[in-house]
Design a protein around this ligand. Structure first.
Ligand code: FES
Ligand code: FES
Length: 162
């Protein structure tokens, strides 16, 4: 079957089998290798993309569910953020927010969901989101620091009373 959708700001179409996952279609037909397949069971978050602005696990979705929708991957986040992308990259590096990098694109997509939503979030909100993104390397503190730094700079971090 044929589907058409928006991928990272450009129109796209694909000829797919009804059982193909969104992750497999994006990797095999569109060479979107930022999508990493860890668990393929919706647990690790390494395959996270935005579907109409909401983060979803692309390993759990069928490609056909993208028909007539907007998909943004980590590559698209760089385009969406424009000049701010360099700031995101350097903050991730300076915070030590990645080591092997397997989880990083999923983290970046989750970060973009918060940035694009423009609603205030607390440290607890960020922790709650990160609970769905598995990182085997960093111990999460550096990632949390990077998220807090970037959201603070975007005036989206609400400080909690201790
Ligand atoms: Fe999709 Fe782990 S590969 S959630
Ligand atoms: Fe290696 Fe997160 S940096 S899994």
């Amino acid at each position: 079957m044929k589907i058409t959708f928006n991928l990272n700001g450009s129109s796209a179409e694909a000829e797919i089998s009804p059982s193909l996952s969104l992750a497999d279609m994006l990797r095999s037909q569109f060479k979107i290798y930022s999508i990493h397949l860890g668990c393929e069971q919706g647990v690790c978050g390494a395959c996270t993309v935005l579907l109409d602005g909401k983060s979803v696990r692309s390993c759990l979705m069928l490609a056909v569910q993208a028909d007539a929708h907007d998909i943004v991957t980590a590559e698209g986040v760089a385009l969406l953020e424009g000049e701010n992308w360099e700031n995101i990259e350097s903050t991730l590096v300076q915070s030590g927010a990645f080591q092997c990098g397997f989880c990083t694109s999923g983290m970046v997509v989750s970060l973009e969901e918060i940035l694009a939503n423009k609603a205030l979030v607390t440290r607890s909100d960020i922790l709650s989101r990160l609970s769905g993104q598995v990182c085997r390397c960093t111990g999460y503190e550096p990632i949390l620091l990077a998220f807090e730094t970037l959201l603070d700079a975007a005036h989206l971090l609400r400080k909690e009373q201790l």
